[in-house]
Design a protein around this ligand. Sequence first.
Ligand code: MN3
Length: 208
Amino acid sequence: MKHELPTLSYEHDALEPYIDGQTMEIHHTKHHQAYIDKLNKALEGRDEIAEKSVEELLSDLENVPADIRETVRNNGGGHYNHSHFWRVMSPNGGGEPEGELKDAIDKEFGSFKDFQEKFSEAAKSQFGSGWAWLALGEDEKLHIHGMPNQDNPLHHGHKPLLGLDVWEHAYYLKYQNMRPSYIEAWWNIVNWPAVARNFEEALEENGK
Ligand code: MN3
């Protein structure tokens, strides 16, 4: 199975003014593609794991051969994380979550505002390249993680619900060194219905 670049459900410039079109185009067609190419190359001739989905690979890195484990972690992570990232953003995004997801956020963090502050803080304070994540744990609770490089919550059995890329390639053209401005702007394009679907699916999978 060759891993392939997903197409976006919106144009590269559709998230302006919050994320500029040039950044999106380079991020999607160059950076994301490069992770996929390196992942495919690493999996060449590895029939025992070649048919696994990227989610399966990352959830079970122990069973990836040691000589390519780090490559799969970084580039499989890059592929998974970016595929996720494109889906949790929308030109019609922003606002606040509703329904079960809203209830779970209120229960865990007190309020949406409190959640937003904690998540933004995890994103701002991530040293160097990495991601901020909202994830559902096996304990059925919501967790916020700041994680380095292309790591994600799958590594410790959590289901990713909402991820924010804070690598400089995600924002530098428009925001330069001002990561906090990028994070603040990003809330305007969060696709809450997509995050709510991730939450529903994660609850179902946990229940299995
Ligand atoms: Mn990126």
